[in-house]
Design a protein around this ligand. Structure first.
Ligand SMILES: Nc1ncnc2c1ncn2[C@@H]1O[C@H](COP(=O)(O)OP(=O)(O)OP(=O)(O)O)[C@@H](O)[C@H]1O
Ligand SMILES: [Mg+2]
Length: 239
């Protein structure tokens, strides 16, 4: 059975339609990537799954049950955690307090405790009493990932982890993913860096203008097809 499935998912901001019938599927233990240019609808898809944006009940399924209209806290309580675009830490809280916020979202036993997160990102242990604002961008991203892990999610949604980070820092962040996968979590990675997405994901979805334009396993996808799905058919010859 699928862990998460979207079925003809539409999303709106007021009168503006951002998603036009998106169908994606995430299997247990799988890592998928969602790629696409600015404004393609990647964050809207993540926010919809996470319950930040409310949708038709049947547009999103978790283990076959309709969750499209649930609130963000209810979706999190079911084991679906979002690492939001822009990290969104609580600036008045310390690193450790930010991590504990994730624990409150879903109190279940599992592999992720404060110690587990500190083993994954040792620098956070050193800096655990610092306000989150005192951290570098990469360290803040580690806190955002750790906060989501503290709910011991079965689905981890990661929206543009690389945004604004130096390549060496991005490498550190992605180095944590094999360990996260080992715990059995299924992962959705939103990335603008196509090479990074192809490296970490079992399957890739490409979005453009609120629709899925391409889907496949990294090894099966052709560069020119990805380029066309990402930028539009008009630019196909540039690939
Ligand atoms: N709060 C909002 N109000 C109105 N329109 C929005 C809002 N957020 C996003 N949009 C619009 O919805 C569309 C999809 O945006 P979304 O943020 O999902 O794209 P994205 O693929 O995540 O882009 P990026 O790579 O820049 O993060 C865009 O046209 C965007 O302008
Ligand atoms: Mg986005």
């Amino acid at each position: 059975m699928s862990l998460i499935e979207t079925k003809n998912l539409m999303a709106f901001y007021g009168d503006f339609q951002a998603l036009f019938g998106v169908n994606i599927i995430l299997h247990p233990g799988e890592t998928i990537a969602v790629i696409g240019a600015n404004g393609a609808g990647k964050s809207t898809l993540m926010r919809s799954i996470a319950g930040v944006l409310r949708n038709e009940p049947g547009a999103i399924l978790h283990r076959g049950e309709t969750i499209g209209a649930l609130s963000a806290p209810d979706v999190m309580a079911r084991g679906v955690a979002l690492v939001p675009e822009g990290r969104r830490l609580f600036p008045s809280l310390t690193v450790e307090e930010n991590l504990l916020v994730g624990r409150h979202g879903r109190k279940v036993d599992g592999p992720w405790t404060l110690d587990g997160v500190y083993q994954l990102f040792p620098i956070l242990k050193e800096r655990r009493c610092k306000p989150s604002t005192a951290l570098s961008g990469g360290q803040q991203q580690m806190v955002a990932i750790g906060r989501a892990l503290m709910s011991n999610p079965e689905v981890l949604l990661c929206d543009e982890l690389s945004l604004g980070l130096a390549p060496v820092v991005i490498k550190d962040i992605y180095a944590a993913f094999p360990r996260i996968r080992e715990t059995g979590a299924a992962i959705v990675i939103v990335e603008q860096d196509i090479a990074q997405a192809l490296k970490v994901a079992d399957r890739v979805y490409c979005m453009m203008e609120g629709r899925v334009t391409l889907e496949g396993r990294p090894g099966e996808l052709d560069r020119a097809d990805i380029h066309a799905a990402y930028f539009g058919a008009d630019t196909h010859e540039l690939a």
